[in-house]
Structures are given as C-alpha cells and as structure tokens.
Design a protein around this ligand. Structure first.
Ligand SMILES: Cc1cc2nc3c(=O)[nH]c(=O)nc-3n(C[C@H](O)[C@H](O)[C@H](O)COP(=O)(O)O)c2cc1C
Length: 350
C-alpha cells in the first residue's frame, strides 16, 4: 500500500504512538489486530514487567506490533535494560520505536535482534543521524503533536525538508493526524504514512483516565497549548497539553502530591507538575495533571473500540485516495511526491 505498510507489514500505513499511561497491552494488541501499527509504551516500566506486557501482546495478536522506548527519560543504561528484557520476547516482524535518538548500543541491540527500528525525530539534522543509526522508518514529529515536542517545525515543513534530503527514506509524520483524509493528505505531500497518538486516547482499550478521555473528545485545537510546566520526571522538553487551572494560573502552586497511581498493586504518589499523565489506575486531582493532547483533537470525537477507529480511518483514507485519483492536483500548493517533491534541491530544508 505504501512503503511504511510494506516495511512493517501493516494493512494501513498508520502507527499508533506509544503513550505512557495510555498505550498498554490491550490497546497495542487491538490496534495491531485491526491492521495498524499498535505500539506498547514502555515509558518507565521495569524490565521484568515490560517483558511480561510484551508476552501479553504477543499472545493477543498475530499481526505486527511495536514497543516504544524513551531513552531521554530512562537514560541509556535503563533503556538498554528494557530492550534486553523485551527483545527476546518479540515475535518476528515486531518493531521498536524510539522517542528521540537512541544511543549507539540501543540502536545496535535492536538491529542485531533483527527488528525494524523506528526513530521519531523533530529536526532535519536528527533525521540524518537517525538514518545513520540504521533506522528503517523515521517518524517526523511536528509542533501540532500532543505530548513532548522534539522540534520547532510544523509537520509539513519538516516533511518537506527531510524528503528533499532523503528521497528514498520511509517517512511517517506525527502531529495533526486524526482522520483518513489527514493521512491521505500527508501521503500526497510525500509521507509514506503517519503516527497518531491523540486519536487513540479515548478509544475503549486505552488505559487513559476517563476524565482525560472525556476532555480529549470535547477539546478543540485551541484548547491545547505548549508549556514546560509538567517537568517533574521529564525535564527540558516542552510539551503540548490541554489547558487547565495550572496552565492559566499566574502563580506557581506548591509541588505537593496531588494524586496516586496504582500499578501492579503498588501505589505511586504523583506531585503537582509531574510529567505523568492520568491513567485508569490514578486517583486524586486528575484535572491538574498533564493531559497531553495534539491539535488534531478537534477531529477526535468517539470512544469506540480501536477496531472501529482503525476501520473508519481506513475507509476515509481509501475514499480520500479515490478522490485524489479522480481529481489529481497539488495538495495545498505542495506537489505530490510523484510530481517532484523528492527532487527538490537540498538547500531548501534547513
Ligand atoms: C498522551 C500522549 C502520551 C505520549 N507519550 C509518548 C510516549 O510515551 N512515547 C512516545 O514515543 N511518544 C509519546 N507521545 C508523542 C507521540 O509519539 C506523537 O508524537 C504524538 O502523539 C503525535 O501527535 P498527535 O498526538 O497529535 O497524534 C505521546 C503523546 C500523547 C498525546
């Protein structure tokens, strides 16, 4: 269908983002069974639990799925520990996604185990480095995206820059994707597919807290903002969240514990301004927590099972492609890849 779908063995060229507190084994397996790239968030999971979650997913789907690491959160040593625990559990065809550049040992471990390495980047320079590290797929994250932001460019600018330098790379965009029309538009602009996170927050199998799900379905793009407030546990990275009492308050509130999250029967206290998002095991002041959300939320409405969401996207994508075939022409003034974006001169992208 596209190089992304071919490379990762997907029916639809769409990856579900690994999302801490949201994308557990159930969501990953459900998206995978539906034919898209379901992905398990490993976030700060200890290696033994990470391996157990991977076994759960592998038992629940026969189609490809991914696991997601965040080297800048865990640090390189703990990231390698997570990978050493999960790689032996991954079935053939499973892929590994990394938020930001992994270090050389992590990249080598994934490649040596024979799994495609998918690296999410936010700049043209990082894209060059990620390809040098042997990435099979690059995810190009634009500033429209929910969650932590890797760069400062809107997604289509980043895509144009990277595509001009790397005409043959397999590129997915992240940020602004919530419908099959969005996906078709990204592909017409030179992408091979997309990654979506916000779209999957409210689906039935997501482990996001019910209040978080509700707020995402009700929100429009301008209810989100980029801030650096929720930095405890993940500093130095601006993030797009839904606005709340803290983001509009002129004064800083005290960094006291405002919630607890239960994981495997243990309670973890969560301070105000923590980077942790509210999951279904969280109790406390949910409204004050970081609810990561992309500008695509305007087009995210239902709380359906993942299979329904993926099927709807697939149908919309097919009909948008059909429309494009019957009325060819540039999408918003940017020519489709086949009509020359790949051959744009290298000087344009920086
Ligand atoms: C609630 C939420 C949590 C996220 N957590 C992660 C994560 O754990 N790992 C990761 O690689 N990316 C994470 N992201 C960012 C995604 O990889 C991706 O860049 C983003 O979801 C794309 O934009 P969209 O949400 O508008 O679709 C998260 C995004 C959201 C919305």
């Amino acid at each position: 269908m596209t190089r992304l779908a071919d490379r990762l063995g997907l029916a639809l060229p769409l990856l579900q983002a690994g999302m801490g507190a949201v994308a557990g084994a159930e969501l990953c397996a459900a998206v995978s069974r539906a034919g898209a790239g379901g992905t398990l968030a490993l976030y700060k999971e200890p290696p033994a639990r990470a391996a157990r979650l991977v076994r759960e997913v592998a038992a629940a789907t026969g189609r490809p799925f991914g696991v997601n690491v965040i080297p800048e959160v865990t640090g390189p040593a703990a990231c390698l520990d997570q990978l050493r625990a999960v790689l032996p559990e991954l079935p053939r065809g499973a892929f590994v996604t990394s938020f930001g550049l992994p270090d050389a040992d992590a990249a080598r471990a994934v490649r040596a185990a024979g799994h495609p390495l998918v690296i999410q980047v936010g700049t043209v320079m990082e894209a060059d480095t990620a390809l040098g590290q042997g990435a099979a797929v690059l995810v190009l994250q634009g500033t429209e995206a929910g969650g932590h932001l890797l760069g400062r460019l809107p997604v289509h600018h980043l895509l144009a820059g990277v595509r001009a330098r790397h005409p043959h790379a397999v590129l997915a965009v992240a940020g602004g994707i919530a419908t099959g029309g969005d996906l078709a538009d990204a592909i017409a602009r030179g992408a091979d597919g997309a990654m979506a996170g916000t779209l999957f927050i409210p689906v039935a199998e997501s482990t996001a807290h019910p209040i978080f799900k509700q707020r995402v379905t009700e929100a429009v793009a301008d209810d989100t903002l980029v801030t650096s407030l929720f930095r405890i546990g993940w500093p130095h990275r601006p993030h797009r969240v839904l606005g709340n009492r803290l983001t509009i308050a002129g004064q800083r509130a005290p960094t006291t514990f405002i919630a607890t999250t239960r994981v495997d029967g243990r309670e973890y206290p969560i301070p105000r301004y923590s980077a942790a998002a509210p999951g279904n095991g969280t109790t406390g002041r949910i409204e004050e927590m970081a609810m990561y959300c992309g500008r695509s939320c305007t087009r995210v409405t239902g709380r359906h099972p993942a299979a329904v969401t993926v099927a709807r996207l697939s149908q919309e994508y097919e009909s948008a492609r059909g429309l494009r075939t019957t009325s060819p022409g540039p999408a918003n003034g940017i020519p489709a890849r086949t009509s020359g974006s790949a051959s744009r001169p290298q000087s344009q992208e920086r």
